[in-house]
Ligand binder design. Structure first.
Ligand code: HMG
Ligand code: MG
Length: 326
């Protein structure tokens, strides 16, 4: 399950950007905060549960409307988040329904049971657009990942939960190289057919470029999946995340995943580095006059505090500039 030296950096696809007439910028976007999950799953040290809870409460106080709190995956696969039940129990004691409304990552029925036991209302199931990453991240073939998801979706729907469907390696895979847009659309449709309420298209290793993003949204549009059904999940490995966000805004996307402080990565894809930093996204949105309801200063304060907890410098350029912490 650990990475071998065969992992290589994917070459981004050369994709002709579709001839788009940019849409007017939206007045408002939704930021889907993944720092406590995508960020902390990738830290070497296991962060104490009390620190995780404080991070989440600070992010809530900053106005983040959706905070993905943790993962109900196998604790041996991601020991950093082995305290998922304890964390959610602590949050429910402190903030009640606000905690029950936080989505959690779930790969299978066992994970779903753990989420249901706590009365949680939203799950995020994560699939792979490629064969190799399905094996590395889920211990399944490409096809058998969907077999694993099917009863998970069915039971979650019966329980009245909403389900986000993540897809990883949408813009390139470190083992397989370029990933065809049609393959991503096919995988996305399978998640929607199973009952996903929305998709989040993951640029897991951060190789996407602006034209590729617009071509991807156009390809989904061509099969009837509009931008209202799609969130974008950019990692910033190649420094393209903000440019990709503008490209996505121009074609109607209004949900963006981001991580406070730019923490993040995937333990099963070593070339994945941090997510688009929430502060960097907020700074850009402010400049564009786009509302998100999130307080930039509070997120910066949280990221500075979190960097101290982790003993590292904040990865977000905006946080370093605004706080003077370098
Ligand atoms: P497996 O070894 O094939 O599991 O792993 P299994 O189904 O064969 O079950 C084996 C044992 O594990 C059983 O116990 C199960 O009950 C137990 P036993 O009967 O032997 O005592 N088990 C569990 N225990 C607790 N919670 C569970 C669970 N499931 C099974 N949920 C599995 C398959 C999916 C579990 C494993 O591969 C796994 O946990 N993978 C998670 C990897 C992961 O979390 N990766 C990072 C998140 S994805 C990501 O970061 C990408 C994203 O950000 C988007 C992007 O950037 O692209 C979302
Ligand atoms: Mg990710």
């Amino acid at each position: 399950m650990t990475e071998s030296s065969t992992e290589r950096v994917a070459l981004p696809m050369t994709v002709p950007a579709p001839a788009v007439t940019p849409l007017p910028m939206p007045e408002r976007v939704t930021i889907y905060e993944v720092g406590p999950r995508d960020g902390l799953q990738n830290e070497k040290a296991v962060v104490p549960v009390a620190v995780k809870a404080e991070m989440i409460e600070r992010l809530l106080d900053a106005g983040l409307p959706i905070i993905e709190a943790t993962s109900f995956v196998h604790p041996k696969w991601v020991p950093q988040l082995a305290d998922a039940a304890e964390l959610m129990g602590l949050l429910i004691d402190r903030i009640g329904d606000a905690a029950r409304k936080m989505p959690v990552l779930v790969p299978n029925e066992r994970g779903l049971d753990r989420a249901l036991d706590l009365g949680l209302e939203h799950i995020a199931v994560f699939g792979s657009a490629t064969e190799t990453f399905a094996a590395k991240n889920l211990n399944r073939t490409y096809d058998s990942q969907f077999e694993m998801f099917e009863p998970t979706f069915a039971r979650a729907k019966d329980a009245g939960m909403t389900i986000r469907g993540y897809l990883s390696m949408c813009f390139g895979d470190p083992w397989e190289g370029a990933v065809e847009i049609d393959a991503v659309v096919k995988a996305g449709l399978r998640l929607l057919d199973l009952g996903a309420d929305e998709l989040s298209l993951g640029d897991t290793i951060g190789v996407a470029t602006a034209g590729h993003v617009q071509a991807m949204v156009a390809a989904f549009g061509a099969v009837g999946v509009g931008p209202d059904k799609i969130g974008m999940h950019f990692h910033d490995t190649y420094g393209q995340a903000l440019a990709n966000t503008v490209a996505a805004l121009q074609v109607g996307i209004t949900t963006f995943d981001a991580s406070a402080g730019g923490l993040g990565g995937c333990p099963y894809a070593k070339s994945a580095t941090g997510n688009l930093a929430t502060e960097d996204l907020l700074w850009m949105l402010q400049g564009l006059g786009i509302e998100s309801g999130v307080d930039l200063d509070k997120v910066v304060g949280t990221s500075v505090w979190m960097a101290e907890q982790l003993g590292k410098r904040p990865a977000s350029a905006v946080t370093r500039a605004l706080s003077g912490v370098s």
